[in-house]
Design a protein around this ligand. Sequence first.
Ligand code: ARG
Length: 275
Amino acid sequence: MPRHATPRRYLMCPPAHFKVTYSINPWMDPAKPVDVPLAVTQWEDLRDRYRSLGHTVHELRPRPELPDMVFAANGATVLDGRVLGARFAYRERAPEAEEHLDWFHTHGYTDIHVPAHINEGEGDFAVTSSWILAGRGFRASPLSHGEAQEFFGRPVIGLDLVNPRFYHLDTALAVLDDARDDIMYYPGAFSPGSQAVLARLFPDALIATRADAEALGLNAVSDGRHVLLPQAALGLFEPLRARGYVPMGMDLGELLKGGGSVKCCTQELRGAEGS
Ligand code: ARG
């Protein structure tokens, strides 16, 4: 089936101060050194790839005291030009929420909701054409799902994450075509009930293997045609091509040490600002 790319706007934050000094997910080992110049080069490759595909990338100023700020997807969720701020589960990342709010305030956004309940932005919220899929179990509070539904006026489907390696929804599920409800996911990251919900809502989804999920292959970003994903997720490339997508492998190996890859670095700004 022919796939169509649509121009996107993304918010990213360069890893100038990236390090792993604490561990809040099983991927993070403070004993393992991080090569910051390499992290920056890998991140710039991703940013430049988006731009070469015709997308707009805005950059957030990194803060030295916030090493995880590179994972910009966690700072907010933007839909129809409306901004649902984040509230982080761990104090190490808590001040990032304010950095994102400041950015939205100074970039023309007026409809901004500061959340009462813990949510880590697009880490646990995924937008499809019909629903907002929402993870819970490790980070987002189940109460944040109702808060997002009320604010955006879209149905929110709660999904239970059960494996600590897949602590955010975006480590286990990616939206491939947000106009047609096409997704890919790794069932083993979800509870049996949530697996049944996903099978019912997305009977034709691309199902990832454990190996590809372990390579963080589901931490992917699609513009409807091009799918940018970790290059080590070898098993996903052929199935994506068979569905008409153009997979593009990226190397974000340094950022994997923080437990994130392509999607974690990319917050999508949906809808016009100030609308
Ligand atoms: N070290 C970060 C954390 O554990 C990684 C966040 C990854 N972001 C994501 N969207 N999954 O919070």
